[in-house]
Design a protein around this ligand. Sequence first.
Ligand code: THG
Length: 375
Amino acid sequence: MTNIALSRRLRGTPFTRRVEEAGVAAYTVYNHMLLPASFGDPEGECAHLKEHVQVWDVAVERQVEVFGPDAEKMVQLMTPRDLGKAEVNQCFYIPMVDERGGMLNDPVAIKLAPDRFWISIADSDVLYWAKGLAYGFRFEVEVFEPDVSPLAVQGPKAETLMARVFGDAVRDIRFFRGRHLSFEGRDLFVARSGYSKQGGFEIYVDDFDLGEPLWDALFAAGEDLSVRAGGPNLIERIEGGLLSYGNDMTRENTPYECGLGRFCDPWGSIGCVGRDALIRVERDGPSRVIRGLRIHGERVPPCRTPWPILSDGGERVGQVTSAVWSPAFDTNVAIGMLDRGYWEPGRTVWIDAPDETRPAEVTTLPFEKPDEQRG
Ligand code: THG
């Protein structure tokens, strides 16, 4: 693997210097920015995340702000999820689709005020889609990317660490809720959320110069909690069934195929983009769905292009889009899509991986912990 040539287009973050001091070993590119992918030992980092607490530079989770009298109408147009009962300071995982019902992004929407939303995006250019909709529909809103950089604090000891830095008020924040809390005299939006299944918080840092003081405060307060720098961990997120836009789903997929049907209500009062297409797929049912797979055999290589999934007869019945060795499950865990007829959990299929063809077992997502497995 060659190095990444750095330039203005590959934006750094308020935490980049600290991330490099912490020994970042690999970056990935996400929303035209650098996302720390590894500090040299992904398996050790996964185990540490499940036991302690980590601080993640997830500034790549860019915010698209929609502000103005038509903000609510505009955000509702962008998702089939019903936001009618949304409260201020509430977060929502929202499928975002195009006019054909194809996934454009799977962001977290945050209602900061009745007329102000942040859309915390995955890796695609939502800003331009939002600006186009606002212009085309003549909405009375401003749409822009504020200079906000989320910092995630994840792991079982996250609440203890956050309480030391922000006070006991963090303990009262429920899942996917947030509130403004003070750090060095500045109010920062803090939510109980994050791209892991280990629990934790995300701090929306809206002042570049606060990045390093906040990072340092978390590490000073967390020394006895074994706090470490980390990042979204491939092993943990596959085990937990967290989807990655651009990998596990693209514009080719509807939210129903992605297992996100529970976040869709296209019939409601709402006239979201893609409404008719989504009503059609909901009625007919998807022709393929996302599933977990236990891929047997030795450790798989990185999944850089989709790996065909084959039936016993050698017919192509799906594809694997994320795969990694899981020490906790003692097998390769993977996420992929399977055609109708092949998606029931327990079925055996064949994975045409670059090194060899391997048998795999279809599973539900998230993966069930080894000690929770039946029979
Ligand atoms: N936090 C914030 N922004 C983000 C992400 C995040 N933007 C990019 C990316 N992650 C968006 N994708 C996801 C995917 C899953 C979740 C959040 C964002 C997630 N899912 C929970 C789950 O599947 O268990 C539950 C969601 C729910 O029940 O509402 O958290 O992580 N700020």
